[in-house]
Design a protein around this ligand. Structure first.
Ligand code: GLC
Length: 583
């Protein structure tokens, strides 16, 4: 009798290919199948990908000319950074018209051609949605900043000057780190968590929310397949503006994210927009596990995926802006961050895996080793890590050829508002600017924004005009053309690794368990699904390192390795990455 009762629901679940696997520890592993869990997402930063018209800035026609290359990678979806009309003071994260394409990037016709080009090749397209703030050149803000009686005044957060100074709020992109800006015509201050040209939108106002939903529907009706939701965790504010608690100390993940109505808004957005389409959504979700999980717990009907910051911000000195610890990062602790976030989504929700994006330096410099002798091996090793976690991989353009940080020496070489405003803050405090700039060679965002290196011709084949950011001078050797026909290249390893993930469902849905947890040099883990078990070994050091897997690898099948002869005796070669099948 008991058996029957259990058996029937299992059959029903299996029929819908949507089942949960019971693991050895009897935790239920979420294995509900979705295209966006199985997809590898390739992130394109349009400014830096390919310039078709010689103005030094990448554009949509440039992307169109590279569609076959993108298809050849084997990826399933792309995420495009913002291409909407914008003064570009934060490279498109300052939107002045959400419903049009910035002429710098092309026209709506180019967009339609590009979208069709991706769809014809079976590739989905995710757009960046910047919903916490817009540009001060948006028509809403232009009207709002003229008069308190404008219908758009309440599209923003204001503090009337007759009440005195506003309660302190911090800003991430401000010379004085101050989040309020005085506006004379209305005699009030507006709130900006980011730069003063990025006023925060007031989600308390239902009219604003409806305008946003309408705009999102417009893009979905055009056929886009999903959204990456920029700074979404910040959209709700406590508008009683209480003083920040003393524990605050710059912790934006805890004290700026997750305002009181955040999830009411996201649920409303889901009801009114997202639930009506088959789309994928990913939130930039700051905060701890409990907060981030709320976005993606299926029962809450919000979003699909979230990315957190704990692993990517790891190894910076406390209390300082992205200042790398001179002693490097502690691999044992870093591995535990992954264990923690894997278990966060073990039964519900879904995470992402990334080691670089437009807000980060190049993964090779930050997490691998960009010295010429280790570039190839360590790029491949990091690629293996990204594509073997139980989370959707987000892979940043250029990492597939092993691009590295440009490492500017002087502040004048930088373009990025984040760097320039933080430099000003260090300067204002009388800080050590030389030390700051040294740190930024490792961590600043412009390192990840230099033009794509297509070939060894002028400007790395990016375009005929002077590129908006200089090309990394290693382009003569590190470029797509040089790697295309080399079967041992980083590029071809990436393609192979994507095939490995596609051919082994265990790498998507299988349980993740750490091996040799206290090993300070090697990241080792198993992935298990049904009776398939893979062992992944990644050496993070430039020397031979030992790993204790407690498994006899001499008889195991090698699925892939970044060395011609993989080690089966538990001694890994420098930056070796090998995946074994052990049953
Ligand atoms: C997000 C974006 C970043 C941008 C910021 C402000 O973090 O990824 O590039 O500068 O939001 O919009």
């Amino acid at each position: 009798m008991m058996r029957k009762i259990i058996f029937l629901p299992i059959v029903a679940l299996a029929l819908f290919s949507s089942c949960k696997t019971k693991n050895k520890n009897s935790t239920i592993l979420s294995t509900e199948k979705k295209w966006w869990k199985e997809a590898t997402v390739y992130q394109i930063y349009p400014r830096s990908f390919k310039d078709s018209d010689g103005d030094g800035v990448g554009d949509l026609k440039g992307i169109i000319s590279k569609l076959d290359y993108i298809k050849s990678l084997g990826i399933d979806a792309v995420w495009l950074n913002p291409i909407y009309t914008s003064p570009q003071k934060d490279n498109g994260y300052d939107i002045s018209d959400y419903e049009n394409i910035n002429p710098l990037f092309g026209t709506m016709e180019d967009f339609d051609t590009m979208l069709k080009g991706f769809h014809d090749r079976g590739i989905k397209v995710m757009m960046d949605m910047v919903l916490n703030h817009c540009s001060n050149e948006h028509k809403w803000f232009k009207a709002a900043s003229q008069s308190r009686s404008s219908p758009y005044y309440n599209y923003f957060h204001w503090w009337p000057a007759e009440k005195g100074e506003p309660p302190y709020r911090w800003s991430i992109f401000d010379d004085k780190a101050y989040g309020w800006e005085y506006n004379k015509p209305t005699n009030s201050y507006y709130l900006h968590y980011f730069a003063d040209f990025q006023p925060d939108l007031n989600w308390e106002n239902p009219a604003l929310r409806q305008d946003i939903y309408k705009m999102m529907r417009m893009w979905l009706d055009k056929g886009v397949d999903g959204f990456r939701m920029d700074a979404l965790a910040f959209i709700s504010k406590d508008t009683t503006w209480p003083p920040l608690p003393k524990e605050y100390n710059g912790n934006w993940g805890l004290y700026y994210a997750s305002g009181p109505k955040l999830h009411d808004y996201v649920q409303e957005m889901n009801r009114e927009v997202l639930s009506k389409y088959d789309v994928a959504t990913v939130a930039e979700a700051m905060g701890d596990v409990a907060r981030v999980k709320k976005f993606v717990d299926e029962d809450r009907k919000e979003l699909n995926m979230a990315y957190h910051f704990e692993a990517i911000d790891f190894g910076y000195l406390p209390g300082e802006y992205k200042m790398p610890d001179p002693n490097g990062f502690d691999l044992v602790k870093w591995k535990n961050v992954y264990v923690k976030w894997d278990s966060a989504f073990i039964d519900k929700g879904w995470g992402t895996m990334y080691l670089g994006n437009h807000d980060q330096p190049r993964m090779l410099t930050r997490w691998g080793n960009d010295a010429p002798e280790y570039r190839v091996a360590s790029s491949k090793m990091l690629t293996t890590l990204i594509l073997t976690m139980r989370a959707t991989p987000y892979y940043y353009f250029g990492d597939e050829i092993g691009m590295s940080n440009i490492k500017f020496d002087r502040v004048e070489q930088y373009n990025d508002v984040e760097l320039l405003t933080n430099y000003a803050q260090v300067k204002a405090k009388g800080g050590d600017l030389k030390r700051f700039l040294e740190g930024m060679k490792i961590s600043s965002r412009d390192n990840g924004r230099t033009p794509m290196q297509w070939d060894a011709t002028a400007n790395a084949g990016f375009g005929s005009g002077q590129p908006w950011l200089p090309v990394n001078e290693n382009y003569t050797t590190v470029n797509v053309e040089a790697q295309e026909n080399d079967t041992t290249s980083v590029l071809n390893y990436f393609r192979k690794m994507i095939r490995v993930r596609k051919e082994n469902e265990v790498l998507v849905y299988g349980r993740f368990s750490l091996l040799d947890a206290n090993n300070p040099d090697v990241f080792a883990y198993t992935r298990e699904l049904g009776d398939q078990k893979l062992v992944v070994l990644l050496n993070f050091r430039s020397e031979v390192k030992k790993v204790n897997t407690e498994v006899d690898l001499t008889k195991a099948k090698i699925i892939i390795s970044n060395y011609a002869v993989a080690s089966t005796d538990g001694s890994l070669q420098p930056y070796e990455a090998t995946i074994f099948q052990v049953n």
